[in-house]
Design a protein around this ligand. Structure first.
Ligand code: ADP
Ligand code: MG
Length: 402
């Protein structure tokens, strides 16, 4: 689960990670009011920032007003103009796709003088099964680009599982960024506090880009992106509440409400599979046979009428889908039951109408696979059966070519 920058900064503050002061607002008046209060507390410059889950806001543009998603303001009047230009408009960045994302909330924050910008990210390094902290002097730039073009500019420290980040590791990272004197101590403190926050909140990603050094020697996070492990949210009800469903793909959201694991992709072959590993293999097979998967969909262990129906509903929301491949391994769940479930689901009037022009290929393997094939073959529905995955994939290419 992702959260907004303003939420991440509030959380970071609780963990003693240095961030500039700021207030989030959903109306122009509230934004100006917040800036006025900040001014009374000594702020001279303000930055008004669109709160959407996608990054790249600084270089993004809103569709109507043409404003950037990060606007520097000298006066309260400029804060008003910035808020007016962002709220209600749609921001398009490299990460939103061309549809963009509507801005319903902005963050008014202290404008900070920047001496130098850095990158700092914490995430799980799956290849080492350890959390990794990555830093780079190339702040403000997309880290993927740095990794590709100048990987030597990324310095990493891995944290031993079951152990805390060690002080000497944080010092090594601060040193690699070139910090000196008092700022060095602040950078070490920042890194230690940030790692503690990552660890305690069960985050799966914390990205500070940019981390900045100010001319006064302060070290703070100007941007903050946090993602949490969904499987750990049950023990962080306060964080779970920060979820903003309006930022999520509506179909993926619907799928999660059905308890289905769905990710939309760009191809034309819808897939319905039980088990994530088999779903991955199915997508590979579709590609090998010349198709492109339209989605990843794991219906879980119990492929019954209800889950199959919901699976169809979700897959068929995608207008690119030209064929559907159902690939179920019947271990505990018997294939003949799944076959009956598929037939019942396809007979459902709502689904029947939508699948008229979408051939369905069903591959059932495992307990009672032969009986299942007979059930499918004897039904008078637009459903093609297959026993081997290769056969199923060939059927998919045949129907796509037809
Ligand atoms: P994004 O990554 O979505 O573009 P950022 O928060 O990183 O958004 O902002 C983009 C750039 O705007 C930063 O690299 C920084 O140079 C500048 N910026 C952001 N917040 C502030 C701030 N509070 N004070 C001064 N400059 C800022
Ligand atoms: Mg950024």
């Amino acid at each position: 689960m992702k959260i907004h920058e303003y939420q991440a900064k509030e959380l970071l503050k609780e963990y003693n990670v240095a961030v500039p002061a700021g207030v989030s607002a959903t109306t122009v008046d509230k934004a100006v009011e917040a800036a006025r209060e900040m001014k009374d507390n000594g702020a001279g410059l303000f930055v008004v920032k669109a709160q959407i889950h996608a990054g790249g806001r600084g270089k993004g543009k809103t569709k109507n007003s043409g404003a950037s998603g990060v606007i520097l303001c000298d006066t309260l009047e400029e804060v008003r103009e910035a808020a007016e230009s962002l709220l209600g408009d749609t921001l398009v960045t490299v990460q939103t796709g061309k549809e963009g994302q509507e801005v319903t909330r902005i963050y008014v924050t202290d404008g900070v003088d920047i001496e130098q910008e850095f990158y700092l990210g914490i995430l799980l390094d799956r290849s080492k099964s350890k959390n990794v902290i990555m830093v780079s002097t190339e702040g403000g730039v997309e880290i993927e680009k740095v990794a590709e073009e100048t990987p030597e500019k990324i310095v990493k420290e891995w944290v031993e599982p079951g152990m805390q980040l060690q002080h000497n590791q944080a010092r090594h990272l601060a040193y690699a960024l070139g910090f000196e004197g008092d700022a060095f101590k602040k950078a070490v403190k920042f890194i230690m506090a940030l790692y503690n926050c990552y660890e305690e909140t069960d985050a799966s990603l914390v990205e500070i880009n940019p981390l900045v050094l100010t001319p006064g020697g302060d070290v703070m996070a100007l941007d903050a992106k946090m993602t949490f492990d969904d499987n750990a949210l049950f023990r962080h009800s306060d964080i779970a509440e920060l979820r903003d469903k309006s930022e999520e793909n509506p179909v993926e959201l619907e799928a999660s409400e059905y308890g289905l694991n769905y990710i939309k992709l760009d191809g034309n072959v819808g897939c319905m599979v039980n088990g994530a590993g088999l779903a991955m293999a199915t997508m590979d097979i579709i590609k090998l046979s010349g198709g492109e998967p339209a989605n990843f969909l794991d219906v879980g262990g119990s492929a019954n009428v209800e889950t199959v129906k919901n699976g169809f509903r979700i897959i068929l929301e995608d207008k690119n889908v030209k064929a559907i491949l159902i690939n179920i391994f019947g271990g505990i769940v018997r294939c003949d039951r799944v076959a009956n479930g598929v037939i019942e689901a396809v007979k459902d009037p709502e689904i029947a109408e939508k699948v008229q022009d979408v051939p369905i290929i069903v591959r059932l393997q495992g307990t009672n696979a032969e009986e299942a094939k007979e059930i499918i073959d004897n039904s008078d529905l637009n459903v093609i059966s297959a026993v081997l995955l290769k056969e199923a994939a060939e059927e998919v290419s045949n129907v796509l070519a037809a």
